[in-house]
Design a protein around this ligand. Structure first.
Ligand code: XUL
Ligand code: CO
Length: 436
């Protein structure tokens, strides 16, 4: 490739909050050290292949709007797409990328051809990664676009589709392993149902559990050291998806005995679709030891569907960032921008601007959350709220041997009368605002 896709836009640098340059970071200073690690080491930002290089700007009412010099149907197009992708990673200076098998090569006319195409592209990626230092945050298989998957992949009523999906995942894990991916993601886009009238829900969940167990076995067989991540989403494209939210997936993993083998990739917009806040999903996953990685984006609050916009609200991200830092960070996960520019944003530079705003919002939230942790006020205040549990009689209630009758006797003997205390929500919210 001779001509740069991004023309004369120079590599994006940190210029600070006062910069007027739209192609500069205002908060993301990758080398700045926060709580003993650089901001880049904390966030581990990744560019996704699908929204940036595979999606051409079509929506359910309209044709593609983006003029891109590659096509998705040929290997020649795929190679050009890869050149532009690595040009974009270098221009942004992001250390990671993510992809689905289908984003990077055409499927061709058979599984074998798909596999050959993927192997060829994997070799090409390996060279480019070596040359640029860009690494793979995770790979995954697209088990939802092709018509064969319309009724699900692992949960399909047709065992031949289950088999096809198994073969496709085998190939995608091989590619991820070859590229030293830090993780491998499974998002069950069509693992759910449209109507229960034609669905054997119990059987489909058994199939999904079996499928995931085989993925784990395969990972160990080939010595893949990356983390397996399941990505919850409640709906869209299916009416109901089995991996509804963090709590549902946690129960599912526990039921199949897989909770020590799999972690979760939490997407902001998916949390919103499940009627949760992002920080709720992060806090639940962290409490259960399941927090693996983040798909950073935001959802339109009015639309009711998955709009995959770039995050732009540091205040909203800060509580989630706080829980991430509290658990010691997100690595080997990272912040993958599962976000796309709007359909009218047709200039190459728009792709960069989306990522610049997104990583700036994440960095601002990270710095605020680090300050919250470093000065210890929140920890102290929360501890104070639970301080009553330190008294021996209180602690004993949670130990084996405690009983309702014994507790009742103590309440009567000591004439215990709980005194209401303010939860001080406004105080906590105002305190949070001071860190931004
Ligand atoms: C879809 C979604 C996927 C996964 C990877 O909503 O988030 O792109 O992140 O399959
Ligand atoms: Co995602």
């Amino acid at each position: 490739m001779t001509k740069r896709f991004f023309g004369d836009i120079a590599p994006v640098r940190y210029e600070g909050p006062k910069s007027d340059n739209p192609f500069a970071f205002r908060h993301y200073d990758p080398a700045r050290v926060v709580m003993g690690k650089t901001v880049a080491e904390h966030l581990r930002p990744a560019v996704c292949y699908w929204h940036n290089f595979a999606w051409m700007g079509s929506d359910m009412f309209g044709a593609p709007t983006f003029a891109r010099p590659w096509d998705g149907e040929t290997m020649e197009g795929a190679r050009l797409k890869a050149d532009v992708a690595f040009e974009m990673f270098a221009t942004l200076g992001f250390p990671y990328f993510t992809f689905h098998d289908k984003d990077v090569v055409p499927e061709g006319s058979s599984l074998a051809e798909f596999g050959r195409n993927l192997t060829e592209m994997t070799d090409r990626f390996a060279e480019k990664m070596l040359a640029t230092g860009v690494k793979l945050l995770w790979g995954t298989a697209n088990l939802f676009s092709h018509p064969r998957y319309m009724a699900g992949a692992a949960t399909n009523p047709d065992p031949d589709v289950f088999a096809y999906a198994a073969a496709q995942v085998r190939n995608a894990i091989d590619a991820t392993h070859r590229l030293h991916g830090a993780n491998y993601v499974l998002w069950g886009g069509r693992e759910g149902y449209e109507t229960l009238l034609n669905t054997d829900l119990a059987r489909e969940q058994e199939q999904l559990g079996r499928f995931l167990s085989m993925v784990i076995d395969y990972k160990h067989k080939i010595g893949f050291k990356g983390i397996l991540l399941v990505e919850p989403k409640p709906q869209e494209p299916t009416k109901h998806q089995y991996d509804f939210d963090v709590a549902t997936v946690a129960g599912f993993l526990h039921r199949f005995g897989l909770d020590k083998e799999v972690k979760l990739n939490i997407e902001v917009g998916h949390a919103i679709l499940a009627h949760h806040s992002f920080e709720h999903e992060v806090a639940v996953a962290s409490a259960l030891g399941l927090l693996g990685s983040v798909d950073a984006n935001r959802n339109d609050y009015q639309s009711g569907w998955d709009t995959d916009q770039f995050p732009n609200n540091a205040a909203e991200l800060t509580p989630a960032m706080y829980f991430i830092l509290k658990q010691g960070g997100i690595a080997p996960g990272g912040f993958n921008f599962d976000a796309k520019v709007r359909r009218q944003s047709i200039d190459p530079g728009d792709l960069l601007l989306g990522h610049i705003g997104g990583i700036d919002a994440c960095a601002e939230a990270l710095i605020a959350a680090a300050a919250m942790i470093e000065d210890g006020k929140f920890d102290e205040l929360r501890e104070e709220r639970y301080a009553g549990w330190k008294a021996p009689a209180a602690a004993a209630m949670l130990k084996p041997g405690a009983s309702l009758e014994a507790i009742a006797r103590r309440v009567e003997a000591e004439n215990i009368e709980p005194k209401p205390r303010s939860g001080r929500q406004e105080f906590f919210e105002n305190l949070l605002a001071r860190y931004l």
